[in-house]
Design a protein around this ligand. Structure first.
Ligand code: GLV
Length: 317
């Protein structure tokens, strides 16, 4: 039986599944391992099932024992893992694509609705009972007829496009390459950011965090948007230059933001908390029982497949 280290607590059913296939070391109190604890705990193990909270940087990967052959990330994003260092050490890295697209797209839509319809202000007023109906009370932005720009038209972007279209939004997108007609579903392709942002009343960030996308929403690119645009991010915090977005929100260049992901999670830039029109969630993208179970099953199966065949469909390095 292969020995695997699972760095964070999984749902009960998933831990049971893992125990049937592997000799598993669990993290029963779910404390985030320090880099040294992670290295020490993987001594004598064949694989590590990591979560997005584990920072598998170059230094950590270089110190892993030679026995580790696979790092199976319990996430579709793998910005927490230095792929190159893993490759140099012949450690396969895998992720969990597809299974979380629907749940994450739901949160993507929630961010759009929450930011456009002033949900944070509404919740606060309702709870404090300090509101009274009037014709101009908490007027927000209507989605019907608004243009939604999707940055990164992968599976999550496509699902957001589908739901947003049903809400009456007009879909524009930018992606590394233009999609075929069937996947596009009538969405309008832009081959550069400036062109996309200049027609985006609302932006949904759905692209992976890479060196190329780091701080892609910044002081300069924010100026491309129509005044009063709404920015939402269901992907990764690293894509946004927080100070630039906070400044644009304070100047009302940007009307509102809806954010589920942040640089340096779980902390978020305090500047966001001071702005009434910022709708924040604590990284809930894939947080449904169905999806977290499917993700864990896939992360476990990825390790199993790798040891059985020497390869894995979801290998990313
Ligand atoms: C969630 O954020 C993921 O990347 O799976």
């Amino acid at each position: 039986m292969k020995k695997i280290l699972i760095t964070r607590k999984l749902l009960k059913e998933s831990e049971e599944k893992a125990s049937k296939i592997f000799d598993v070391k669990f993290n029963s109190n779910d404390e985030l391992y320090s880099q040294s604890k992670l290295i020490e705990s993987s001594e004598g193990y064949d694989a590590i099932l990591t979560s997005l909270t584990d920072k598998m940087d170059k230094e950590t990967i270089n110190k892993l024992p030679d026995s580790i052959k696979v790092i199976s990330n319990f996430a579709v994003g793998f910005g927490n893992i230095d792929l190159e260092s893993a490759k140099k050490r012949r450690i396969a890295v895998t992720n969990t694509p597809e299974v979380l697209s629907d749940a994450t797209a739901e949160i993507g839509i929630l961010l759009i609705l929450g930011a456009c319809r002033r949900v944070p202000e509404g919740i606060q007023s309702a709870k404090e009972s300090n509101w009274k109906w009037s014709a101009d009370y908490l007027i927000g932005k209507q989605l019907t007829g608004a243009r939604l720009g999707i940055l990164g038209m992968g599976r999550i972007g496509q699902k957001i496009a589908k739901i947003a279209k049903a809400l009456g939004m007009v879909i524009h997108y930018h992606n590394r390459s233009k999609l075929g007609e069937e996947k596009e579903q009538g969405a309008i392709y832009h081959d550069n950011l400036k062109s996309l942002f200049s027609v985006s009343d609302v932006l949904s960030i759905c692209c992976p965090a890479t060196k190329e996308t780091e701080n892609l929403i910044n002081k300069e690119t924010l100026e491309y948007f129509p005044t009063g645009a709404v920015i939402t991010n269901v992907a990764r915090g690293d894509i946004v230059d927080d100070e630039a977005l906070i400044d644009a929100l304070n100047r009302r260049k940007i009307y509102a933001a809806g954010l589920d992901v942040y640089k340096g999670e779980p902390n978020l830039n305090i500047g966001y908390l001071k702005i009434k029109s910022v709708f924040v969630l604590p990284h809930l993208g894939s947080a449904t029982k169905y999806t977290r179970t499917a993700m864990a099953n896939l992360a476990i199966d990825n390790i199993d497949e790798f040891f059985k065949t020497g390869n894995c469909r979801n290998k990313v390095n």
